[in-house]
Design a protein around this ligand. Sequence first.
Ligand code: F6R
Length: 619
Amino acid sequence: MCGIVGYVGSQSALDVVLAGLKRLEYRGYDSAGVAVLADGGLASARKAGKLANLEKELVERPLPAGATGIGHTRWATHGGPTDVNAHPHLDNAGRVAVVHNGIIENFAELRAELAERGHVLESETDTEVVAHLLAEEFSGCAGLAEAMRLVCRRLEGAFTLVAVHADEPDVVVGARRNSPLVVGVGEDEAFLASDVAAFIAHTRSAIELGQDQVVELRRDGVGDGVTVTDFDGRPAEVRSYHVDWDASAAEKGGYDYFMLKEIAEQPKAVADTLLGRIGVDGALTLDELRIPAAVLKEVDKVVIVACGTAFHAGLIAKYAIEHWTRIPCEVELASEFRYRDPILGGRSLVIAISQSGETMDTLMALRHARDQGATVLAICNTNGSTIPRESDAVLYTHAGPEVAVASTKAFLTQLVACYLVALYLGQVRGTKWGDEIRAVIRDLADISGEVERVLETMEPVRTLARSLSDKRTVLFLGRHVGYPVALEGALKLKELAYMHAEGFAAGELKHGPIALIEDDVPVVVIVPSPKGRSVLHDKIVSNIQEIRARGARTIVIAEEGDEAVVPYADHLVRIPATPTLLQPLVAAVPLQVFACELATARGNEVDQPRNLAKSVTVE
Ligand code: F6R
């Protein structure tokens, strides 16, 4: 939540910062602002609403040109989305500017202290106190980096801070605790950003920052001019890495929305997540896991923690893990996990699933798990992010950057990664034969082509979605792995189309939700394969008849060749036949397309749904 950019170099800081903010707007779009150091002073502009409002303001009231600057795009926490609450925040003399992502928990106390000392704070934000504290510390110490260290030691909560001071025109300083910040190192320039997407057009060379670290970028000798210390000023070890995707991956590439592009990228993303993980003999080679086989053999319980769409991936993974390994598996919303005092120990394997790798709820859950002695494996899409860094091991999904707020390709690749982990556990523990594992891997390898085929047949789904744009409610039903798919379909529709949408286990319908069925309510039903557990298939066909008898308009997602559902489907969406456990990889796709099209028909902003942000770094 909130996107931050800092720049020092030889280009126009304003241009670099605005271009970076554009790439980070997915993180929040309640307001935006910039500050540049120029002509011995500091100039800033900020505006409520999307970045476009700020750009308009800058055309009407241009800032002077400078080569050092910072910027921010906000997801509001403390204080509404107004001009005054927009970042950057300045001290009273207008010499310091600061942008912030996170929450400073002791801000009320600090604010009262500052007021007593005569400071006048104009916004309702927690951030403004930092600008004032930095100004106070700066006057008595060795520079902005030292001032930042002193201030950070007084702050409680989670924060990324990036600041500039008019008296140090060649310096940008950043700090982080429990909130993301990466450094980009160019030829004669350097960057700070919440995400590498902000500077990928300039450099693919990045530095990870650890917890409780302060970084100083200096124009003189940029590159070598990057200094990282802890909050006490001790030099910190720096880990550099190369970003393995380029600027074009973070562009829309001719699509109207990132979401459409990301849906279309799924066949490749799925294939990429399998790449290099299957040996010549067809066995799995997940050496990157770095969890010794001896530890995996001893695991007596798997617990998956995740949020939102990643949680739905976890719910599906449970079926595969328990079926293939016979290890009990629990799946828990990360935001609930640590508050119920979960039973964990040295033999527990906790799997934290997160696209961004920064979700605070998931991070807190994994920290709790590690404190209890559990081994933590992250399934993550973002290299160098906090969740994999704090886990014992990581399996990266290779979905490439996901920019649209609604997760699509990350979901499919999280599923693939979960299947790989489940199979690997089965391989190491000997609960699955080699030829069984090879057969599942062959099926997984086919999925990329199957998803491609689904995408080629989506026009009727789009037409159907448009025809339902004035409905108030859409329900989703599934059984077995189709149940989490139903939850995911409902989540996509809620967040994008702002409609009442709910997913149910089809068997639960008769225990209450069937009362929601009335004339012409659209109900999407995900039908399991008739070839797998035929008992499941027969039961859901009965469920379809029950709701149809009560007036529902049935939208049936069923595999090719399933003729039993035809008489009961008002609309039939065909998906390729797959093994039962892998069906979510193809069944989720029409639901993504459905939600995207329905949202478009309702005139909603597909990539930036209201009230949401891509990376949720507050609890
Ligand atoms: C929904 C969506 C969210 C995320 C959730 C977890 O489309 O994207 O529900 O899945 O916020 O985010 P990550 O995976 O980054 O931890």
